[in-house]
Structures are given as structure tokens and as C-alpha cells.
Design a protein around this ligand. Structure first.
Ligand SMILES: *Cc1c(COP(=O)(O)O)cnc(C)c1O
Length: 457
């Protein structure tokens, strides 16, 4: 099974053909979920003592399993945050898989890490971070936020020790807005720390002033226990960008780490038309952005970048006798910057596509989604039976269908998916069920939006 033989060659051809055919489809089939029982009846047990043969298994994946997965790159898949990998990025993922690269350390993965770091550098420069900034591609925004917060707490602990500020608080705290992503709460649960939830304004934004008020109103021991503030650069629900400048300033006045969660929204740093919304990012201590969301990379990749990577290294680097060989002053070991040790060079598909197409193509593709979102908002304003819940800031459009009960939304979602036409899920905002278009695919046209809206009439 480890030698390249005739069978491997036949399989190689079949797999390359499969990949080529999938990438060629335009549009891709939307496909849909199937129940466990249904899949068991159709597919059944495939792991056997003697094996079924690669071509046979690939055929079952092609005909049955892949079709029981909703295509995230369908232009009318507007649910959650979908994805739209470039062909170059998707193809290069095959190369990464074939190359047996260990990308946790410079010693083993220098070439891959060098390339990944170029992609991180582009993002870091877009954010206005200094030349010494850097980080790592992790699995997703959830691990990115967790890793940044662990570095923030470690930094605060060391500073307190050095300053002789004595005992740690009984519970550390992270401050964030009431619309921060659920992964911030998840990270604090893992870390065993509390959250100081600061209310957002009527416009959905967390401001520096609200943060300062919340900190000032808190008891001294609570105020002293806040080691990080998370500002959201594009909420998942609405695409709202917090008052980043104000939040970072208030955090820094008080010696608190400022982390920017831009998993979805910071991709729009590449778009000249909305760059001003992110004013203040350059002063933050860390940020994340997911190339698998709005930067056209396949799952899974989150860029996690620190202003001062040495702080992250001292929090995250694992120490062991067998790892000492990896330590050298100019070795950039990605594993030192996040939770995790072994890692796939998951930043490479993004790097390859950026290098192949150039950054201008990325700016244009992000601008395209922004324009489609504005066009969607215009269409909604013009129709009598729907209305915007808020004006979109980035590329998420939330709308209500007048006179629909929650079950109408769910039935409508099922109907569109079953027809293989679109995938648009409901969401709940302030107790009300509404629906939401998350537009990150440059192939989503205003005609697609019009066709979806027509089905709500
Ligand atoms: C999607 C998202 C996350 C979580 O990212 P994953 O890659 O899904 O783990 C965190 N924050 C925001 C704002 C997001 O949109």
C-alpha cells in the first residue's frame, strides 16, 4: 500500500479527473443533507478487512457521499458564512496533501513556512502591523481567538509578576461586546475565565466609550481582572464593525491587550471602499481573519497575527527534550504561536492563489461581494413584502419577510434546498426569526439575489 504501482497510477488519474470535473462544474450542484439511516441504507459499511479498492471507494464518494454535502461554494448558498475557494487555491490543496510537509517547525517545513509567512505578511501589512509582526495559520477563528487570548493572559500574568503586583485575581476576565462571536465565550470557557459583556449601541457597534463606562462602573477587582478586550471587525450576524480605534485606545490606556476578531470581516481590509471602517486595527495587539471565509481559500485556515510574536511564543511554545533541536534564534516555528504542535501547511492554498492571481484580484473579488450586498439591499428596499433589518455595512444582509411566522422561514429554507436552488437559513435577532444573506462568493450575482427574493413573494 506504500509503493506506487499500477493501481496507484489508475487511482491517481481517477482522483485528478474527479477534482478537475468538480472544479469545472458551473454552477456546482447545491446537493443536500441526508439522514444517517438514509446514508446507511445507500452506502453502508465501507471499512472491511480486505478493502474495496480505491476506484470503487472514490465512486461511492462521488455518487453518494459528496452529494450528501451541501456545496459551500454554490453562488446561491448564502447561509452562515459560506466559502468560495479560487480554483487555484482548491487545486493547490491537492498539492499540499501530496507533499507530506510537516509545517510545525522551520527545521522540517522551511519552504512551506516561508511561503505561508508571505501570505501572513500581506495580511499584516494590510492591517498596518509593524514588520516584526507575525503568527500562524490555525484551523479556524475559534482556535485563533483562543490562542490570542491565551497569549494575552500569559502576557498580563508576566507583567504583573514583573511589576510585583502580587496575587492574581480569583477569576481573569475578557471584555467583549454583546454581539461578539460565540467562539469568544467558548474560548473563555476553555480557559476558565469570565466574560465582561459590554452592551453594544442601537447600531450594533461596541464603542470605546461603552467599554470605558463598563470598566469604570465595575468593582475594582473586576476591573483589574480584565486582561483582554475583543473587538469584532464584522459580526457574523450582521457584518457590523465595532469602533475599533476607540476600543483599542481604551484598552491600551488601561494596560489591556486588544484583540480584533475579524474572522469574517477583516478580509475587507483588501477593499479600498470600506477600509476606513477598520481604522485603529493597526494599533491592536493581535487579530484574526479566516481565509476560508472571504479570502477564497478552502477549509480550513485562520490567519492569527500578533504585533509582538515573542509574547505569543512565550505563552505557546512547547518544551520537550525531543523538541530542543528545533530551537534556534532565527527559526520561525509556527507551532510556537498557537495551541497545537503538528500542523498541515494549511496556509499554502491561500498563499498559492494570492501569488498566482496577485493581490489586485483579491481586492476586486471582495469589492464584488460588497457591491452585490448593496444591490441586494436596494432590491429589498424596493419590494413591498420584505424589509431590511439593518442597512448592511459589509456583505451580510439581514431581512424580514413581512407577515411571516418563524415556521414560514423554516419551510421556505427547506423548499429552496430541496429544489437544489438555494441555501438560505433563518436567524434569530432580538427574539425575532428573520433571514440572512451572507455574500462572500464573487459568483453570486444580483440576479441570484433577485431570484431568491422572488421566491418569498
Ligand atoms: C466564523 C467566525 C468565528 C469562528 O471562526 P471558525 O473559523 O468558524 O472557527 C469567529 N469570529 C467571527 C466574527 C466569525 O465570523
Amino acid at each position: 500500500v506504500h509503493r506506487y504501482d499500477v493501481e496507484s497510477d489508475i487511482l491517481a488519474q481517477a482522483i485528478v479527473d474527479y477534482a478537475r470535473d468538480r472544479l469545472r462544474l458551473d454552477p456546482v450542484p447545491l446537493d443536500g443533507s441526508r439522514s444517517w439511516a438514509d446514508l446507511t441504507a445507500a452506502v453502508g459499511e465501507m471499512i472491511t478487512p480486505d478493502g474495496l479498492g480505491g476506484v470503487e471507494v472514490l465512486g461511492i464518494f462521488d455518487k453518494l457521499l459528496s452529494r450528501a454535502c451541501i456545496s459551500v461554494d454554490h453562488p446561491r448558498n448564502l447561509s452562515f458564512i459560506p466559502a468560495a475557494p479560487t480554483k487555484a487555491a482548491a487545486l493547490f490543496d491537492l498539492v499540499v496533501g501530496a507533499s507530506s510537509v510537516y509545517a510545525g517547525s522551520w527545521l522540517e517545513g522551511a519552504g512551506a513556512v516561508y511561503a505561508e509567512n508571505q501570505a501572513l505578511r500581506w495580511l499584516s501589512d494590510l492591517a498596518g502591523f509593524p514588520p516584526e509582526a507575525g503568527g500562524v495559520f490555525v484551523q479556524g477563528g475559534t482556535l485563533g481567538n483562543l490562542s490570542a487570548l491565551v497569549a494575552a493572559r500569559h502576557t498580563m500574568q508576566s507583567r504583573r509578576t514583573v511589576a510585583g503586583r502580587g496575587a492574581e485575581p480569583t477569576r481573569w476576565r475578557v471584555a467583549c461586546g454583546s454581539d461578539a462571536h460565540s467562539s469568544v465565550q467558548a474560548a473563555t470557557r476553555v480557559m476558565g475565565v469570565d466574560v465582561l459583556v459590554v452592551p453594544v449601541g442601537a447600531d450594533g457597534r461596541l464603542t470605546g466609550a461603552a467599554l470605558a463606562r463598563a470598566l469604570d462602573a465595575a468593582d475594582t477587582d473586576i476591573r483589574d481582572s480584565v486582561f483582554a478586550v475583543v473587538a469584532t471587525a464584522g459580526t457574523t450576524q450582521f457584518g457590523i464593525v465595532d469602533d475599533i480605534r476607540g476600543i483599542v485606545d481604551v484598552a491600551h490606556e488601561r494596560g489591556i491587550w486588544a484583540h480584533i476578531d475579524g474572522a469574517y470581516g477583516l478580509a475587507a481590509l483588501a477593499a479600498e471602499s470600506v477600509r476606513h471602517l477598520f481604522d485603529g486595527v493597526a494599533a491592536a495587539d493581535s487579530f484574526i481573519v479566516d481565509p476560508h471565509k472571504w479570502l477564497f481559500a478552502p477549509f480550513d485556515a485562520c490567519a492569527l497575527i500578533y504585533r509582538d510574536p515573542a509574547l505569543a511564543r512565550s505563552a505557546h511554545a512547547q518544551k520537550a527534550g525531543y523538541l530542543e533541536v528545533l530551537e534556534s534564534p532565527d527559526a520561525w516555528n509556527p507551532a510556537d504561536y498557537a495551541i497545537g504542535l503538528s500542523r498541515r501547511a494549511r496556509g499554502l492554498p491561500f498563499w498559492f492563489s494570492l501569488a498566482a492571481h496577485g493581490t489586485r484580484a483579491y481586492s476586486a473579488a471582495v469589492e464584488k461581494s460588497l457591491a452585490t450586498a448593496q444591490a441586494a439591499a436596494d432590491q429589498i428596499r424596493a419590494l413591498p413584502y420584505v424589509e431590511l433589518v439593518r442597512d448592511p455595512q459589509l456583505s451580510v444582509v439581514v431581512l424580514r419577510r413581512l407577515n411571516w411566522a418563524p415556521e414560514n422561514y423554516y419551510e421556505w429554507t427547506d423548499k429552496l434546498l430541496q429544489a437544489g436552488f438555494a441555501f438560505v437559513t433563518p436567524t434569530v435577532h432580538e427574539g425575532e426569526t428573520v433571514t440572512r444573506f451572507a455574500i462572500v462568493n464573487p459568483c453570486t450575482e444580483t440576479a441570484d439575489i433577485a431570484a431568491i427574493l422572488a421566491t418569498m413573494a
